[in-house]
Design a protein around this ligand. Sequence first.
Ligand code: PMT
Length: 400
Amino acid sequence: MQRLTNRQILLGITGGIAAYKSAELTRNLRAAGADVRVVMTPAATEFITPLTLQALSGNPVHLHMLDAEAEAGMGHIELARWADLILVAPATADFMARLATGQGNDLLSTLCLASDAPLCLAPAMNQAMWRDTATQHNAALLSERGVQLFGPGVGEQACGDTGPGRMLEPMEIAQRTAEQFDAGLLTGKTVFITAGPTREAIDPVRYISNHSSGKMGYALAQAAADAGATVKLISGPVNLAEPARMQRVQVDSAEQMLAASLEGIEQCDIFIAAAAVADYRPTAVAEHKMKKGKEEVMELHLVKNPDIVATVANHAQRPFTVGFAAETRDVLQYARGKLARKKLDLIIANDVSRSDIGFNSDQNAVTVISAEQELELPCTPKRQLASQLIRLIADQYHSQ
Ligand code: PMT
């Protein structure tokens, strides 16, 4: 079931008595880490309320093609593109017939036509309907086209008959859905990533900070989620939207970032420190805005901040720990020193003297350094670079 972590499942529900089991199926899929959006046919709403599915999926339920409100939230074409997989459970005989003939006469059938995502059906109907030649023909046609049929099972039916046509149990459907996905490089792993700058308050209106935009850390978090990891993104103040499929914890100061990093560290498999943490903070924060005095020079007293990545790397239950090194000269030499001093498994060195890479740019060029080897990755958009880095980190993690 770990293969469902971060997967985007569009769950279609059609009008059959087994629709009540879709509530449990939604819970099973979410418990396995999937993001679930539910689409119901009008008939399905006669068997179970959209509100139940909304509460269980945590997302608005989509009902009609021409619902202006739903289209404003996520339009049907966007929804079709969003899905990593479409699962229709229960799938009635009527729905299978409409799919087999390529009809798009409601939202769900339209989405099935409009999406390139794999399509899986869990048929549920009376045994005579399932045995009917037309249904068997439609089932065979759909299978030929690559549609996966989960079941139906055989047994006692709601109408009192016994035979084939029962919808499989929700847990089995969730299991079969998980099997449709390859395991990602980080499936089942928990990754913590720090990103962005920290702000160290001087008084209520002023602070010490730096130029980090958070783009590198956010791109890494996205790439780790794409690789199947459960991601906690610990972010300093940035102007970036909350990414989907992960937990974001927002902090201001280095001390807050340390506390958020250590919370749940025992569950963390890989820690990546991409944040630009202020090395020092004012010894005291003035209670009120500091007033300009007569003196020409003002002294600010600073105290060292805790080193977050070094604290994590020296933790009794340390995860595989990766740091960054932002340097303006002797980049590789300083990075190697930090790798050893902070006891890291890997360090990613970037030259922040260049304005086209590093801080606040959309691309970066780095050298990945471990005790054994060094690998140069040329200038690439941060999103692409993040995917390369996550692959490298996952390989090193698995080979340790
Ligand atoms: O955010 P962007 O605009 O996309 O820019 C990306 C970046 C340049 C910020 C990023 O690629 C980067 O280099 N991040 C690390 C910046 C930094 O603070 O480097 P450092 O060499 O000062 O620190 C070394 C390592 O120790 C870093 O992993 C840092 O997160 C960590 N550290 C530093 C100080 C501290 N008190 N605690 C820490 O954990």
